[in-house]
Ligand binder design. Structure first.
Ligand code: ADP
Ligand code: MG
Length: 773
């Protein structure tokens, strides 16, 4: 008997999922796998684990003693949901835990374990029957991340496996599989006989008792949606009745810009008189990972070519439109109401992320500026208004050319409806779409494409093969990857020596699969013992694998302002001060960069090594990172990965490594040379030659004025499908590379690069030219 706090008990009873408890539990008793659909906020994530817990799952002396696993695609969701469920479980709150990479509070009393899907996949590699668990709940299945897809495929087989083990040994307990989705796009699961060999799972629906959300389309779609968001949110804050606001943007730079402007516009000392100056947006800049990096000025980013409605409709300006939309027939908040602006994106430290769940200070309006993180898994209390820019940043990967791009593009209709739904959790709400219904109808796809169709999959392929799933092509994927993608992955794995020509895993391959890393990095670790390099290789690989450790120069201006905001300096008359500070800041920036490339000023990889090694010497890590223009969260993670990898290397190669030393001596010249060779071995297929030194030099149109204009040709791409298209085009060093500061003459004959990336920067004319990093 769970004693829940009273207000929780009351709130629970209103959740659609709670109304369906009996139906859901019956379906679970009668089937080994089920699919649950319920709109976002209907209670799936918080309630399902509790139903199972109350039915005895996870109790040592029940028929189902194994733990209840709940997987989430995102870390912040795993942590915050475990906390929420703990709160709801009253006296049993200590039975709920979470585990994410490098952080866990699992104990011997854990009955419900929230974790990221990556963690559970790793556990399968160690214990294929998942014997610790009695139920696997795979949450947010509609997001279709690669890990979720693979997990569903594996879990469907593990359920069968446990059943057949049980036939031989009755003491083996059955395993239940619960797949939860916030959208009805589940036919890839429910109608997939390959995935579920013993009959497809039944679907249980929890009718959404979502409050009504009124959707307001914009009449015009503005290209500069950050500017438009500022305008609309500011006006909304003045006109709209009390209630939290949730604003969807595409990345952290946009969030920081808007946050700064809103704070300035509504800061208490300048009450009534709004700051209207337009901020300088950062220059276009090259992203490495979807959420972590910025595309810079939205004006020059993805435009959505058919943006036809970016035309003035005479006689109806935005203010008039807003005033119609914002007139809800209720009293607006007092004009002195402050704003409580909070960012929410995945690179933000967890502690900061969790702030959105606290109530805002008395007499202020909560305004959360979020990326896709807030689209489905999280419920932020009190949100009544959603502002949706209609875009998101997605990593796209061209399988045939290996070129990846980060594009800001239109979201799908399904995503738009998820975003709108965030306004109707606690009462009727409104969603202000910053795009026209014409664009929505014409340009928004119905659903987002599963990630497995747009990402390299060599890591997945190797992991499956080393688990004995040799015939990857026959694996029950909810959506199978393309044959081309599989072939490409196998080819790389053969090049790395992880697979034999016949596709079987080699000994090396088995060792590589033990690392929670891309096989490229695992390979570097496996060959890293020359010249006592191993501790350096581990540090280097950790830094590269986490990636994006450096603040880019185009973001430096931003950093100044952010620092000022934090310290609450007064802005009035501070413009000159700011300019001086900014100049000083830029000087510091280049000094820091020189320091980190002192071992070798032609290698970005070694710059990563310097960063992580120097970090280990820092006494005050946060301020060290600030001084050195490094990303504290990334470095912290890289350092944790470093000690984890040290353990794995030691297990893989007994006797090879001494005890873990975070603080290493400077590498010797011989070691630096070896390290470069080791990096090359991991990226052996990613080599480019200076075009003018290649066997067939091109006719040069004009002399390169800088390093970033020196053309290179990639090697080893000629045999892959459409690759000719790229082979005929040159690639260029990315401006964020340390090499970008060399003179054209100093640029080396050969380059090893980590990836090719399509430029989405401001050089519109170069839009089709991939850049080499
Ligand atoms: P689903 O998984 O179906 O999207 P959840 O189980 O996450 O739904 O949330 C159900 C309800 O629980 C939400 O609508 C909200 O009312 C409440 N809730 C969830 N998390 C919190 C929280 N951190 N604080 C307050 N209420 C919450
Ligand atoms: Mg949920």
């Amino acid at each position: 008997q769970v004693d829940r706090p009273e207000e929780i008990q009351e709130a629970r009873l209103k959740l659609p999922v709670v109304g369906e408890e009996q139906k859901i539990m019956e379906a679970i008793y009668n089937n080994s796998s089920i699919v649950i659909w319920g709109a976002t906020g209907s209670g799936k994530t918080t309630q399902l684990p509790q139903f199972l817990f109350e039915a005895g799952y996870g109790h040592p002396d029940s028929p189902n003693p194994g733990m209840i696993a709940v997987t989430q695609p995102r870390r912040v969701a795993a942590v915050s949901m475990s906390k929420r469920v703990g709160d709801e479980l009253g006296q049993y709150s200590n039975r709920v835990s979470y585990q994410i990479r490098f952080d866990t509070n699992v104990s011997s009393s854990t009955a419900i374990k929230f974790m990221t899907d990556g963690i559970l996949l790793r556990e399968i590699a160690k214990d294929f029957s998942l014997s610790k668990y009695s139920v696997i709940i795979i949450d947010e299945a509609h997001e279709r991340s690669v890990n979720t897809d693979i997990l569903i495929g594996m879990a469907s087989r593990i359920v069968d496996l446990r059943e057949s083990m049980r036939k031989e040994d009755p003491s083996v307990k059955p395993l239940k599989l619960v797949i939860m989705s916030a959208t009805l796009r589940i036919s890839d699961f429910t109608q997939n006989a390959h995935l579920f060999r013993h009959g497809v799972p039944p679907l249980v629906q929890a009718e959404g008792r979502q409050y009504p959300v009124t959707t307001h389309f914009a009449r015009r779609t503005h290209r500069d949606y950050v500017e438009e968001a500022f305008r609309k949110v500011s006006r909304g804050h003045r006109k709209l009745p009390a209630g939290g606001m949730l604003v969807f943007l595409t990345g952290q730079n946009e969030i920081k810009q808007l946050s700064k402007r809103l704070k300035q516009a509504f800061k208490p000392t300048q009450r009534g008189e709004d700051f209207q100056g337009k901020l300088k947006l950062s220059a276009a800049d090259a992203p490495l990972e979807t959420e972590d990096i910025e595309l810079g000025d939205p004006d020059t980013g993805h435009q959505g070519e058919d943006d036809e409605s970016d035309i003035d409709i005479v006689g109806l300006d935005d203010e008039d439109e807003d005033d119609q939309d914002f007139d809800l027939g209720e009293e607006s908040m007092a004009s002195t109401t402050r704003v409580h602006v909070l960012p929410l994106y995945s690179q933000l430290p967890t502690k900061e992320q969790l702030k959105v769940f606290e109530s805002p200070p008395e007499g202020s309006r909560l305004i959360v500026l979020a990326t896709n993180v807030a689209e489905t898994s999280l419920t932020i209390p009190g949100i009544k208004y959603v502002f949706d820019c209609g875009r998101s940043k997605e990593k796209q990967y061209d399988l045939s050319t290996g070129v990846q791009t980060f594009q800001i593009g239109w979201i799908s209709k399904a995503s738009a409806s998820q975003r709108a739904g965030r306004a109707g959790r606690t009462g009727p709400g409104h969603c202000y779409r910053m795009y026209s219904s014409a664009i929505y109808e014409a340009d928004f796809a119905d659903h987002t494409e599963p990630e497995i169709l747009r990402t390299p999959i060599e890591g997945v392929v190797l992991q499956m093969k080393s688990m004995g799933l040799h015939n990857v092509i026959n694996f029950p994927f909810p959506t199978p990857p393309s044959r081309q993608g599989l072939t490409k992955a196998e080819k790389l794995l053969r090049n790395l020596g992880a697979l034999k020509p016949d596709g079987q895993v080699t000994d090396l391959g088995n060792k590589l699969s033990a690392y929670p890393l891309s096989p490229r990095y695992s390979k570097m670790l496996q060959i890293g013992h020359q010249h006592g390099c191993m501790p350096y290789v581990i540090a280097l690989v950790s830094a590269l694998a986490v990636g994006d450790l450096f603040v880019q120069d185009s973001q430096v201006d931003m950093t100044v302002s952010a620092a000022k905001t934090d310290k609450d300096l007064v802005y009035t008359n501070a413009d000159r001060l700011e300019d001086t500070a900014r100049e000083q800041r830029r000087k510091d920036f280049f000094r820091a960069r020189r320091l980190l490339s002192k071992h070798d000023d032609t290698s970005d990889a070694l710059r990563y090594l310097s960063a992580i090694c120097a970090y280990a010497y820092a006494s005050e890590e946060e301020s060290f990172c600030e001084q050195m223009f490094l990303r504290a969260k990334g470095l912290k993670e890289a350092s944790q990965l470093r000690s984890q990898l040290t353990d794995i290397v030691r297990t893989n190669n007994p006797g090879l490594l001494g005890s873990y030393e975070a603080r290493l001596a400077e590498p010797a010249v011989k070691q630096i040379k070896a390290l470069k060779q080791i990096v090359t071995a991991g990226f052996i297929d990613n080599v480019a030659i200076r075009a003018d030194m290649s066997p067939e030099p091109p006719e040069m149109q004009r002399k390169p004025r800088g390093a970033t204009e020196v053309p290179y040709y990639t090697l080893f791409r000629a045999h892959e499908g459409r690759a000719e298209e790229i082979d005929e085009k040159a690639v260029y060093i990315h401006p964020s590379s340390i090499l970008a500061h060399l003179t054209p003459k100093e640029m080396p004959q050969y380059l090893v690069y980590s990836h090719l990336q399509q430029s989405t920067g401001s050089q519109a004319s170069e839009n089709t030219v991939p850049k080499v990093r």
